[in-house]
Write a protein that binds this ligand. Structure first.
Ligand code: SF4
Ligand code: SF4
Ligand code: FES
Length: 259
């Protein structure tokens, strides 16, 4: 019994030792030792920094945590999202929490959805020298040069589709020799595309109309009257969408769909 009891202890101690392997990193030139399993963001907090800016979703979505780093004996400046990049020994780290990029002001409703609109609002797009630094800088592996080339050609749909995964981190703009603000050019294209070019989603319009027509109000009122236990029971018996359901799946009970 003792033997079996001591075994997990040993492996727990071993796990802890492995977890606690510390590596040196440099933040704004100052040396810190941090566990090598941490992301840059968690390592900064471990080192005592309070992240008020340059830290949002912590999940690689918001783009707030653009970071540049370099290793000794290498001239190469590397880039990444602090919440997604795990620390490595001897990293020299600096964050760029906000990039003050040029941002055109417009009313998307009245903006013509033609290629010339991108050129009119961001004429600097033609200054691109095709160096590809933006593509090499992108933590989302987007072909940034590719969509900038399409912006020069005035192909709104191609820019919108090519930039779809952009998290607006600003790392491409920070390093562009032509001073493009690629992510703002891209979001203009996505707005034009979504507002004026793609066909309207009929099912969405139908759902919005149902909400406006108060189709769900009666059910909501009924739910509000229920006790916590009743709500739990209802939730437990809810028909759940199967994992591999196709896009046309609807539940058997359609009363909650406003139909
Ligand atoms: S970094 Fe700037 S100049 Fe270079 S390819 Fe990208 S947009 Fe063009
Ligand atoms: S395109 Fe630019 S702003 Fe968008 S994710 Fe890539 S580097 Fe960040
Ligand atoms: S905190 Fe949002 S992408 Fe890193």
């Amino acid at each position: 019994m003792n033997k079996t009891a001591s075994k997990p202890k040993k492996s727990a101690a071993k796990d802890k030792a492995a977890e606690e392997r510390l590596v040196p990193i440099f933040v704004m030139g100052k040396r810190y030792e941090v566990p090598d399993t941490l992301t840059i963001q968690k390592a900064l907090e471990y080192a005592g920094f309070l992240l008020v800016r340059g830290c949002g979703c912590r999940g690689g979505i918001c783009g707030a945590c653009g970071t540049v780093y370099r290793f000794p004996h290498s001239y190469r400046i590397e880039v990444g999202l602090a919440c997604q990049t795990v620390v490595q020994p001897d990293m020299y780290i600096a964050q760029i929490p906000f990039f003050p990029g040029n941002k055109a002001v417009y009313d998307i409703e009245s903006l013509p959805a033609v290629g010339g609109t991108i050129a009119a609002l961001y004429p600097e797009v033609f200054k691109c020298v095709g160096c590809g630094t933006c593509t090499r800088s992108c933590p989302m592996d987007i072909d940034v040069l590719g969509y900038i080339s399409k912006a020069i050609q005035g192909d709104i749909a191609a820019v919108a589709e090519g930039s779809f995964d952009c998290v607006m981190c600003g790392l491409c703009a920070a390093r562009c020799p032509a001073e493009e603000v690629q992510f703002n050019i891209a979001i203009l294209a996505r707005r034009l595309y979504a507002r004026h070019l793609v066909p309207k989603a009929e099912h969405l319009e139908k759902a919005v109309k149902a909400v406006k027509d108060k189709a769900f109000d009666k059910d909501l009122q009924e739910l509000k009257k229920k006790s916590l236990d009743e709500l739990k029971k209802l939730y437990k018996n809810l028909e759940i969408e199967p994992e591999m359901a196709d896009e046309f799946w609807t539940p058997q009970n359609k009363s909650y769909l406003g139909e």
